[in-house]
Write a protein that binds this ligand. Structure first.
Ligand code: HEM
Length: 471
């Protein structure tokens, strides 16, 4: 039974709680439907958890910024506790999380986060990527996989100190396995209903997850060992080296978090979070630009006027390219690749809007409610970059969306992701002046705004597989 002071929601049934509410589609659809009925704050009773959904810009700020002390932990779910062993950055809590996140941010800055040296690496990777596209000129090709590997090379250059050829088998396998895991449609379900892990067979892809985890862990272990053999105490080449040197400083300390297992999970976190998200956003942009040739031409014209065609756009051009910035922000709004962010947990009872969020509840920041807020974005399903251009032609309103979430758990890679989105997309539009529209059938708007990452991957394979690029 739902206690009267909890956020409202459908009446839980004996034994099965609110499981029937999940039959309404994927979790995003379920949340959207519940919001229509219950407003910005509602809850479901699933398995051992109360699940609380927080919607709307102001309430999200109140919950995850003002009450960050209570809402910054990750819950005790299957993926956090069993698959990720509460290690790394994404899945750890408390002292470990704070220490590891602080160390990672500092080390990543040394290796280029937010710096010109990073820009050079991205531009270099971009050049390789465009060269491949040019070689394929005029032929049908699948773009999504190529974008994925190219973006992944950027994070690899900082974490393991090298980039890989796009046909490297091990690299391609790692990128694909991470993609498979992130887009596993059953992940949130098993997290909320942990008894599903005991269902015989592999209907919920749990065995597959363990197999993928073992392959990825082995690959990272080998990288760490290779680094250890060639480590120079006076010259850290990349994130792994920096961590190994930190390990040496802490080796006498009992219970230290600076040890190989932790490093392994952090590398996997950075690899997964740094690859899939940014490349998926770039692929969304390509899709939107294919559907809106006028917008593509406008973006191209702006780049031509400001940058010309003899050099790549750089970050110093950013303020002079308001329309390009607007296209990217609108892509993040409508592409909306992490609509329910990641799960948080209430570490204490907390009162929001006069309702109690109980200690131990899973709390979901519904970023989708901000990205699709009709008050700020009329006709939210329409791709319209001018939402982010003011009367003077300047870029504006970018703070009205929060694709990187908010509060203490805000995306650690935001600065890198923003650099990559700008440099990749301006370079693609500059060099490949026309993405032909997919001619066989125009995607329905409702399909385009299907925000679920998993469905999105399928769509890309279909759409981009049939596209010809021409210079
Ligand atoms: C367009 C690209 C990206 C988007 C939209 C995005 C979005 C997000 C979101 C929504 C979260 C969850 C925040 C929360 O718990 O409320 C997150 C966490 C995280 N992101 Fe990103 N991200 C992107 C790129 C990156 C990149 C390039 C990196 C690489 C370094 C990265 C690393 C992380 C990490 C490590 C976390 C976990 C933070 C923590 O738990 O403290 N992300 N991201």
């Amino acid at each position: 039974k739902r206690p009267g002071d909890l956020p409202p929601g459908p009446t839980p049934l004996p034994l099965i709680g609110n499981i029937p509410a999940l039959f309404g589609g994927d979790l995003l659809q379920v949340s959207r439907n519940l919001r229509k009925q219950y407003g910005d704050l509602y809850s479901l009773s699933l398995g051992p958890y109360w699940i609380v959904f927080v919607n709307g810009y102001d309430l999200l700020k109140e919950a995850f910024v003002k009450n960050a002390d209570v809402l910054s932990d990750r819950p005790d779910t299957f993926s956090i506790k069993v698959l990720s062993e509460r290690r790394g950055i994404v899945s750890s809590n408390g002292h470990r999380w704070k220490g590891q996140r602080t160390f990672a941010l500092a080390a990543l800055r040394v290796f280029g986060f937010g710096k010109r040296s990073m820009e050079t690496k991205i531009l270099e990777e971009n050049k390789n990527f465009i060269e491949i596209l040019e070689k394929e000129n005029g032929k049908p090709m699948g773009l999504a996989g190529l974008i994925n590997r190219s973006v992944s090379n950027v994070i690899c250059s900082i974490t393991v100190g090298k980039t890989f050829s796009y046909d490297d088998e091990g690299f391609t396998q790692a990128v694909n396995l991470v993609g498979e895991e992130i887009s596993n449609p059953y992940g949130p379900l098993v997290d909320m209903l942990p008894f599903l892990q005991y269902v015989p067979g592999d209907m919920f892809l749990i065995k597959r997850s363990f197999k993928n985890k073992a392959i990825l862990e082995q690959a990272v272990k080998e990288e760490i060992e290779e680094h250890r053999q060639t480590l120079d105490e006076n010259d850290a080449r990349d994130f792994i080296d920096a961590f190994l040197l930190e390990e040496m400083k802490h080796k006498e300390e009992e219970g230290t978090d600076f040890e190989d297992d932790q490093l392994q999970f952090t590398i996997l976190d950075l690899f997964a979070a740094g690859t899939e998200t940014t490349s998926t956003t770039i692929t969304w942009a390509v899709l939107f630009l294919m559907q809106n040739m006028d917008i593509q031409e406008k973006m191209h014209e702006e780049i031509e006027n400001v940058v010309g065609s003899n050099r790549q756009a750089t970050l110093t051009d950013k303020t002079d390219l308001p329309y390009c910035n607007a296209v990217i922000t609108e892509t993040q709004r409508l592409g909306n690749i992490v609509p329910l962010s990641l799960f948080h947990m209430a570490t204490e009872d907390l009162v929001l809007e006069n309702r109690r969020i109980p200690k131990g509840a899973i709390v979901i920041p519904v970023l989708d409610s901000v990205q699709n807020d009709e008050k700020n974005f009329p006709n939210p399903e329409k791709f319209d970059p001018t939402r982010f251009i003011n009367n003077e032609g300047k870029y504006c309103n970018q703070d009205k969306i929060m694709p990187f979430s908010l509060g203490r758990r805000v995306c650690l890679g935001e600065s890198l992701a923003r650099m990559e989105l700008f440099l990749f997309l301006t370079s693609m539009v500059q060099n490949l002046s026309s993405y032909h529209q997919w001619e066989n059938s125009h995607p329905q708007q409702s399909e385009v705004s299907a925000l679920h990452m998993d469905r999105f991957h399928l769509m890309c394979d279909v759409f981009l597989g049939d596209v010809c690029l021409s210079t």
